[in-house]
Design a protein around this ligand. Structure first.
Ligand code: PRP
Ligand code: URA
Length: 212
């Protein structure tokens, strides 16, 4: 179902990701360790997902001489999809301290698996040029699609999605709904089960991050 030659879906081949993801999935991993691992994997994905950001010239001086440096050009918004996205957004914000953080609250209805919107305070017109949406799990894709649709409604057109584990179904749905949004994931798993959980996955990311 996932088109392996699709340049809009990036799964970095990285030994650190493979090592950390193994521990993240492990049911014996504590909530404290789970949060640390999620942060560390997010760091790697963030550096991949921001590799090609545009920069402007920034003329400065070292103690010895003047030099021409660079600064990130776009105003960036980090958009965690609540709750589980919070497990990635602090790391993203540490790496991009000049970014704004825009929260979007969504949960999946357990019966229908449809996303239910409960919170956002997105400014219109937007005060960012580029939105980096973060959510560890892309299962049916419903939550990511709804959050990105909402961002587009406010006028943000440049959007990237960064997550930890996807189901092929979620990738296909997100690509179909928002073909302009590039996706970075640590892994694309086998499938969704009947309850809409990613298999093998890691269980409920929000519960494991928040220890609920
Ligand atoms: C999880 C996850 C995603 C969503 C993915 O959130 O963090 O937001 O499910 O599923 P989907 O692709 O089928 O929409 P959940 O609804 O469990 O809420 P939570 O983050 O508050 O735990
Ligand atoms: N949300 C999760 O937290 N885990 C899944 O496997 C699917 C959706």
């Amino acid at each position: 179902m996932v088109n392996e030659s699709d340049s809009m879906v990036v799964v970095p081949e990285h030994a650190l990701i493979a090592h950390k993801l193994t521990r993240l999935r492990d049911r014996e991993t504590s909530s404290v360790l789970f949060r640390n691992l999620a942060r560390e994997i997010t760091q790697i994905l963030m550096s991949e997902a921001t590799r090609d950001l545009s920069t402007t010239k920034d003329e400065r001086e070292t103690p010895l001489t003047s030099f021409s440096g660079e600064s990130i050009a776009p105003r960036i918004g980090i958009v965690p999809i609540l709750r589980a996205g919070l497990g990635m957004s602090d790391t993203a914000h540490e790496m991009l301290p000049m970014a704004r953080v825009l929260h979007v609250g969504l949960f999946r209805d357990e019966e229908t698996l449809e996303p239910v919107y409960y919170y956002d305070k997105l400014p219109t017109p937007p005060n960012v040029d580029l939105a980096l949406v973060v959510d560890p799990m892309l299962a049916t894709g419903g939550s990511a699609i709804a959050a990105i649709s909402r961002l587009k409604e406010t006028g943000i057109s440049d959007i990237r999605f960064i997550g930890l584990i996807a189901a092929p179904e979620g990738i296909a749905a997100l690509r179909a709904a928002h073909g302009d949004v590039k996706i970075w994931m640590a892994a694309i798993d086998e499938r969704l089960n009947e309850q809409g959980y990613i298999v093998p996955g890691l269980g409920d990311a929000g519960d494991r991050i928040m220890d609920t």
